[in-house]
Design a binder for this molecule. Structure first.
Ligand code: GLC
Length: 570
């Protein structure tokens, strides 16, 4: 790609050069002391986001909701959940972000609603036009219409005594799936999207968007590993028709950022969503690199190898290089903390958090930072099921206890602490004040016990902190097109400890070398042009120019670039 093309891309495709920060409102900052984060709490921290240097915020759902799945069960799309505030608070937040040139992307959850949504309430009463808003099927109350499973365990069907029919829910029973085959449903969704766009937002993150189209006749799924039925609703038959209709009807402004959350997509599927002949999404969240450490099932979390991790990420890098665009993320509100998973949350917490941040900010694609990642937050400890809040984990424990090999919580605790979603949802650690400075009340979920040492206040004061390093990374990516647009080439694919690659954009070159082990390792730069390269950022003291062979310390990360306008070491 020439630099002329790259610059031309910046107006409507500003998001290619952007860094996005994800906020999980329930756990970010509580202004009113009820133990639950809120919009005013976020507003108080916009200067923090500005100092960090991010360009956009993705706000997880803040809509009216009974909170069966922390807001991914929406009962009214056009109002704010009272614990979070109201529309005036939301407008103030939008204003505060826009004043600082930070864009706002809202979560769009339209595969399902809450059971409490008026549409569902009317549908279960067969009330006029709402009768077919959801996926209802006849059947005797003891036999679900097919064998599909819910993503949160158990059957994907619940019998409704009022309507005397089954309804489909690919997630919790409180999250009935909308019937996208019904044009009136699609019209209602598009109207709601228009309404949010008219409030001045900058895009949508689209929750499980590739699940909205289900196979006609809802055939049984092939039982096997994982959730049964996915072949009939992942990238379903009408998915592209619906997304194109959505684009034509509501997303024609191509400066909007649209990110589809798309479990189960491969590179070729992704092109249909984000490629030049695709549905017009800016990017997707693919899952391959955050599921490869699962065995048959998410909870059989196994070992992982760096070689496979590199293979997956490289495949996405090169696969979307010519056509499409990547999102780059290692954690979010559904994933464990990346430092605990891919780094070392003990002795090398700081180094490995910086190393992983170096990776996400130097791959081709838009980096997503999940709240707390920038201070190196880690997985938490959950001594008892009473400490857990996530419906997925609680269902898993309940189902496991019915199995003969599981006697007590202790038998599944390791799995919960490795992969459970509550790891990501403990309160943001602002300071060493009680409850990490998150709330003056009783937090809805316990804080991670390491908040006295891992917190924003401390990180701000420490020049060598993960936070300072993240600021530098963001600034560096902002200044250097080669990191945004440069062609990616993986080096040493079979090396078990080193993740190394080059980035090339015309005359500009970059070399990134990362040691994923707690032991020193030797890197041999065979075949890489080292002339003119200078150190741009590193998480340890490192020579300013690379030699053919060099040793990297535990979790050491180095980025060499040419030509250099910017050199720093932390
Ligand atoms: C997405 C969300 C997750 C939610 C699910 C159902 O995967 O990220 O948090 O539970 O969809 O809405």
């Amino acid at each position: 790609m020439s630099s002329v093309e790259t610059k031309a891309a910046t107006d409507s495709q500003w998001w290619k050069e952007a860094v996005v920060y994800q906020i999980y409102p329930k756990s970010f900052n509580d202004a009113d002391g009820d133990g639950v984060g809120d919009l005013r709490g976020i507003e108080r921290r916009v200067d923090y986001l500005d100092e960090l240097g991010v360009d956009a915020v993705w706000l997880c759902p803040v809509y009216e909701s009974p909170q069966a799945d922390n807001g991914y069960d929406i009962s009214d799309y056009r109002s704010i959940h009272p614990a979070y505030g109201d529309m005036d608070d939301w407008r103030r937040l939008l204003g505060a972000l826009h004043e600082r040139d930070i864009r706002l992307v809202m979560d769009l959850v339209v595969n399902h609603t809450s059971k409490e949504h008026e549409w569902f309430q009317r549908s279960r009463r067969r009330d006029g036009e709402y009768e077919d808003y959801y996926i209802w099927r006849d059947g005797s109350p003891d036999e679900p219409p097919n064998n599909w499973e819910s993503c949160f365990g158990g059957p994907a069907w619940t019998y409704d005594d009022e309507r005397e029919q089954w309804y489909l829910h690919l997630f919790d029973e409180n999250q009935p799936d909308l019937n996208w085959r019904n044009p009136a449903v699609r019209d209602s969704v598009y109207e709601m999207m228009e309404w949010w766009l008219s409030q001045g937002i900058d895009g949508f993150r689209m929750d499980v968007i590739n699940l909205i189209s289900k196979a006609e006749d809802l055939p049984d799924g092939e039982p096997g590993a994982g959730q049964t039925g996915t072949e009939h609703f992942f990238n379903g038959p009408n998915i592209h028709e619906y997304l194109r209709e959505m684009r034509d009807r509501v997303l024609s402004d191509d400066s909007l950022l649209t990110i589809g959350e798309t479990p189960g997509v491969g590179v070729d599927d992704a092109k249909e969503y984000v490629g030049s002949d695709g549905d017009g999404l800016s990017m997707v969240f693919q899952f391959e690199h955050v599921t490869f450490d699962h065995d048959e099932h998410k909870w059989d979390a196994g070992d992982w190898s760096l070689v496979e991790f590199k293979e997956i990420l490289s495949k996405w890098q090169t696969g979307l290089e010519a056509d499409g665009w990547n999102s780059v993320y290692l954690n979010n509100h559904d994933q464990p903390r990346m430092v605990s998973r891919f780094g070392d949350d003990g002795d090398y917490r700081r180094e490995s958090a910086k190393l992983l941040g170096t990776l996400t900010h130097t791959l081709q694609g838009t980096p997503f930072i999940y709240q707390g990642e920038e201070i190196g937050m880690t997985n938490a400890s959950f001594a008892s099921p009473d400490d857990l809040r996530d419906v997925e984990s609680l269902n898993f424990i309940e189902e496991s206890l019915e199995r003969s090999d599981v006697q007590s919580y202790e038998d599944v605790r390791d799995a919960i602490e490795y992969v459970g979603r509550d790891n990501a949802r403990t309160p943001m650690q602002w300071s060493d004040d009680p409850n990490a400075g998150f709330t003056e009340g009783e937090p809805w979920i316990q804080c991670n016990s390491n908040y006295e040492t891992v917190n924003v206040e401390r990180a701000r004061a420490d020049e060598d902190s993960v936070l300072h390093y993240y600021r530098d990374l963001i600034e560096l990516r902002d200044e250097r097109d080669v990191l945004v647009y440069g062609e990616f080439e993986l080096l040493l694919p079979d090396h078990p400890a080193v993740f190394a690659y080059t980035r090339t954009l015309g005359d500009e070159r970059g070399l990134v070398v990362l040691n994923f082990e707690s032991e020193p390792v030797e890197f041999v730069a065979a075949g890489v042009a080292l002339d003119g390269l200078e150190l741009a950022i590193a998480n340890a003291d490192a020579p300013t120019v690379p030699s053919d062979t060099f040793e990297l310390g535990p979790y050491e990360a180095r980025v060499y670039l040419t030509p250099t306008q910017h050199t720093q070491t932390r």
